[in-house]
Design a protein around this ligand. Sequence first.
Ligand code: ATP
Ligand code: MG
Length: 425
Amino acid sequence: MNKQINSIRGMHDYFSEDLDIWNKLKKIFKQVLNSYSYEEINLPILEKTEIFQRAIGDVTDIIEKEMYSFYDKKGNSLTLRPEGTVGCVRSIIQNNLLYKKKLKFWYLGPMFRYERPQKGRYRQFYQLGVEVFGLKTIDIDLEIILLTNRLWKILGIDLHLMLEINSIGSQLDRIRYQKELVLFLEKNKSFLDEESKKRLYSHPFRILDSKNLNVQHILKKAPLLNKYINEKSLIKFNNLCKMINSYGIKYKYNPNLIRGLDYYNDTVFEWKSHRIGSQNTICAGGRYDSLVQDLGGIKTSAIGFAIGIERLVLLMKSLNIFSIQTEQINIYIIFIGEENKIHAINLSEEIRDIYPHLKIFVSFSNCSLSKKIKHAVESLSRIVILIGSNEIKKKCYLIKELSTQKEFYLIKNELMLKINNIFKK
Ligand code: ATP
Ligand code: MG
């Protein structure tokens, strides 16, 4: 036998067990986003490498080690998108959408990051991304929180998600804060783990995110970013918190919440769940008011978030939501004798013409009749139609109703009526 070739580590095949949940999720995403007048867009999976380098920040995890970049046949460096915001900003600039009024978008698709695969962390994973452009005031920050909160409610998971929120101020605020933070961490270097030591000068904010208990302990005494944030940003943030509160949405103010990408400012937030292990952030986002300009557009405020679909599915599964078993097959057709195959195919086509929503399965395998019936039962089929030479001679079909174990003969018209009665919505 030839050696088997497997998929790339951290990249998975998805089967109907998961895809059924994905499709239901997508339907609900669509419905909720539509109710807020957000429009769906589809963006390329490949972009020029330089766009991510310019937007995400040189010393972030993504740029330093997570990008799938390669040269095409002309020597251009291309990258499989590690996230969706940058491509979306590129697109709205390129298509002159900034001059239009409708600037609320969403997309769903695969992202790629060369990370260490583990539960909830993969190399190809899917995100639902939402981006809004041109709105400066915190009303849109509130709308985004209300929208995500509504999603969790409709999905039935709101009690298992907690909102964490922070303001990271302006870039200038963060430069001033970074100096103080680095001074503090230098003084306490002996308490830092190897990872944090490496980040001390390249990306000290990531240390705030460290899972190491010693580091977390020492961080309790570290200077806090909120002391360095400008007055205007602080007022905006306090007002936003009040507004969120007034809608009865519980949140935790987390002064150490920073995002892994450089382009954020002011509001940042994450929705987390305790039920899915250590990779517990299901949805993350924030404001990025300078990115459009950084990528060559006119100065435009912006805010967005992304939901990690696999992590959301892990949570849905842990709560058994959407897991009600549905019929995998509605009508199972068995022909007895090769000469009757054509009658089975023709009947299945006729049923599909009249009842396009039904799942009809014609058994072509050459296993025994009892095995076929067993398969029909396992696939939760409602009825089995048997076609043998006897039935063809009598111009009728033998019907087995699996739930009642009843058997009866029907001519074609009666069969169609019966199907209508059983499966009418
Ligand atoms: P994390 O701290 O979990 O690495 P991040 O800051 O890198 O998250 P974002 O870039 O904000 O994540 O992505 C938004 C969401 O996409 C995350 O909250 C998570 O649900 C999901 N996500 C990010 N990276 C992965 C991955 N490698 N595998 C699966 N889901 C992911
Ligand atoms: Mg990450």
